[in-house]
Design a binder for this molecule. Structure first.
Ligand code: SAH
Ligand code: SF4
Length: 451
């Protein structure tokens, strides 16, 4: 047909039509490829979720039967309120008091009548993890050791930004970790259990308590912060007092959350996703998804789901550019090798130049820090909206690696930067109190026998 009739289409329009036809073919091919990926990862996701459920936290109940309202979704909170015969709007009020105002005592909820306050207190609590210790580093980083109701403990670190009135709370998602990245202290602690949504959100809320950063407390009260005496805990080691941070006028000293504490967040997806949904809720803590970063060692099937459902910033712990080395230092690579990991990064939704994927790269002397490694890294991430955080290795008692020399780090950073990727060198924070990346570890406690 085409051969018979002269083509009346002007050149440009014809080119366009051909392009569109090609695009359609390519789209179909891509769709097929994507379907295939989704099918494969769908089964794998189900397997991961089932395994993760084995490590679920105990129910958020007190010994006297009262239920902790923190960590319930909006629907669950509404159901809890309905169960005690109260109207649905009470759930909205409670949400505001719990997450916007940070009030933990029903008696302080002034829009709720006294009688109802008392009734709520017989059924519920607004909980916080217990602060066991709070240590302040010489650089103002603060590390909290929190204990949960069953006696399990996890660490949380607040890292103030040195130049600006803001900072990140680095939260833990698990007690221990199933993965054993060679350079990571948490990796030497087996997984005891997942943290629940209440425990994850609770770490952030308890840190806010410590910095008196709830709306009614924040402005002008910044000098009460950073005493390391939060929640009746005791301060140990490091420096306490001194260099106290002050809140900015928005009251957002604790402005960001990073899931870079203990554990692999994508192996505790359900609880992490629920916590993130609570943290982002506009009528509560209201952190924008741009202020939340989820770091993964590369649980590929769950990266797709996190991208689709949460859309928070993604950080990927790459650390090596060849599978043989990554197999050794990030053993999860044996399951999800570099090629698959980078493909998942490329399809992560919402990635753009304004919202780049962060690749974390721990600098290990003589292991992964040569110029050849840097060039290969650049080749692997070519065309991706990405930046590379170079993290000088933080040693911990018994660790087997050394930190790369400053010259090696600088050389590496320059190669990455010259290729057009931001490559900041992360100055270690809180090393003196073992609060820096990869230094967190708690003693695993035996799970309490169920009575
Ligand atoms: N499990 C997640 C998040 C927690 S670890 C993950 O692995 O991404 C947070 C970051 O600290 C990761 O990039 C991790 O690889 C890095 N890290 C671990 N141990 C470290 C160490 N000793 N020195 C520097 N960074 C380390
Ligand atoms: Fe677990 Fe992350 Fe440490 Fe690896 S680096 S052991 S995934 S916490």
């Amino acid at each position: 047909m085409l051969m018979q009739a002269p083509d009346p289409t002007p050149d440009l329009a014809r080119d366009l039509a051909v392009d569109q036809a090609l695009d359609r073919t390519r789209d179909r091919t891509l769709d097929l490829a994507l379907d295939l990926t989704l099918d494969l990862t769908g089964a794998e996701r189900a397997r991961i979720l089932a395994k993760s459920a084995l490590f679920d936290p105990p129910p958020a109940l007190l010994a006297d039967g009262r239920r902790d309202l923190v960590g319930l979704s909006r629907a669950e909170l509404a159901a809890a309120v309905a169960e005690i015969g109260e109207a649905p709007f009470r759930a909205k009020q409670l949400w505001h008091w719990i997450y916007h105002r940070g009030v933990t005592d029903f008696a302080g909820m002034s829009t709720i009548a006294r009688g109802l306050q008392a009734k709520l207190a017989t059924h519920f609590v607004v909980g916080r993890p217990q602060t066991v210790t709070a240590q302040l580093s010489a650089d103002s980083t603060q590390k909290f050791l929190f204990r949960f109701r069953d006696g399990q403990e996890a660490e949380t670190v607040y890292i103030p930004s040195p130049e600006e009135d803001r900072g990140a709370v680095c939260v833990s998602s698990q007690v221990g970790c199933t993965l054993s990245c060679r350079f990571c202290h948490t990796g030497t602690q087996t997984l005891t259990r997942n943290l629940g949504a209440a425990e994850i959100v609770g770490q952030f809320m308890a840190a806010r308590d410590a910095y008196a950063e709830w709306p009614d407390q924040a402005v002008g009260k910044g000098d009460e912060a950073g005493t390391g005496e939060a929640g009746g805990g005791k301060s140990t080691g490091g420096k306490t007092g001194g260099d106290k941070p002050t809140c900015d006028k928005t009251g957002r000293l604790l402005s960001n959350i990073v899931f870079m504490g203990m554990g692999e967040p994508l192996y505790n997806y359900v609880n992490v996703a629920k916590a993130i949904t609570i943290l982002m809720d506009n009528e509560g803590i209201a952190l924008s998804r741009r202020r939340i970063t989820l770091s993964t060692s590369g649980v590929v099937p769950m990266m797709d789901r996190a991208g689709a459902e949460l859309g928070v910033n993604l950080a990927v712990s790459l650390h090596a550019v060849r599978d043989d080395l990554r197999d050794e230092i990030v053993p999860l690579n044996r399951k999800y090798p570099i090629k698959e990991l980078l493909a998942a990064c490329r399809r992560y939704p919402g990635a753009s130049n304004a919202r780049r994927i962060t690749f974390e790269y721990v600098m290990l002397k003589g292991v992964n820090d040569t110029p050849a490694d840097a060039h290969e890294l650049v080749r692997l991430i070519a065309g991706m909206p990405a930046k590379v955080n170079l993290i000088p290795f933080n040693p911990w008692p018994g660790s087997a690696y050394e930190t790369s020399t400053p010259a090696a780090i600088e050389r590496f950073a320059k190669i990455v930067m010259d290729a057009g990727f931001a490559s900041p060198v992360r100055s270690p924070r809180g090393r003196d109190i073992l609060a820096a990346c990869g230094q967190l570890r708690t003693e695993s406690r035996r799970r309490r026998a169920v009575a």
